[in-house]
Design a protein. Structure first.
Length: 211
């Protein structure tokens, strides 16, 4: 699987997404109720994400009924609901680590890719724009890495509604299962500034009512 970010977004990520959906469908057909709930949540989404690497034109991923396609623009009738920008060197490094660890061959990672389309999250936002700059501190070989992300906007935010910081070691803790997302929020490991009330409201809503 490629570690080149743009190629990954165009080709590999849609394949990973599709595999995640297939795994969910298989588990749901076998009677796994949680898999069915997740599958229903993924398949209910119609929306696109415009993802920009460095100064390159964005890759647009369009999700409809559990299928994901990539292109230079959204699929017909699919609105852009997420816009994000991240540095290519960071994306390349993180992809390389994931490939080296074999993480992208894991069915649970594939399911996680499918869950990037979530009707529950969409409904929790209720059409409200939410914009953020996330800084990942202390990334090996890179230092601090900033990601710009916005929901219900069409371009990555220059002036976000709020900012948040996370130590790379804490992100590794989540990946190893030593920390949960809830512990990050409630334990103050995410340092947040600005108007992040909507983000906290959505996080608590999703965390207290899991699928």
């Amino acid at each position: 699987m490629t570690v080149q970010p743009i190629e990954f977004l165009r080709d590999s990520f849609p394949q990973l997404f599709t595999r995640g959906v297939e795994v969910l469908r298989g588990r749901a057909a076998g009677g796994d109720e949680r898999a069915k709930r997740i599958l229903d949540d993924v398949e209910a989404v119609t929306g696109a994400a415009a993802l920009q690497i460095d100064e390159e034109p964005p890759v647009v991923l369009s999700a409809t009924a559990g299928a994901l396609s990539s292109g230079d623009a959204p699929a017909e009738g699919v609105p852009i609901k997420i816009a994000a920008a991240l540095p290519g060197n960071a994306a390349t490094l993180l992809l390389g680590e994931a490939v080296k660890a074999g993480a992208l061959d894991d069915d649970e990672v594939a399911i996680g890719a499918a869950q990037t389309a979530s009707k529950r999250f969409e409904e929790a936002l209720a059409g409200q724009p939410m914009t953020c700059h996330l800084t990942l501190r202390g990334v090996p070989e890179l230092g601090d890495v900033r990601v710009r992300v916005g929901f219900n906007v069409t371009e990555p935010p220059t002036d976000p509604g709020f900012t948040t910081e996370l130590e790379y070691t804490d992100l590794e803790g989540v990946q190893r299962g030593e920390l949960t997302v809830q512990e990050l929020f409630l334990g103050g490991k995410l340092k947040m500034e600005g108007d992040y009330s909507l983000a906290l409201q959505i996080a608590m809503q999703l965390l207290t009512n899991p699928l």
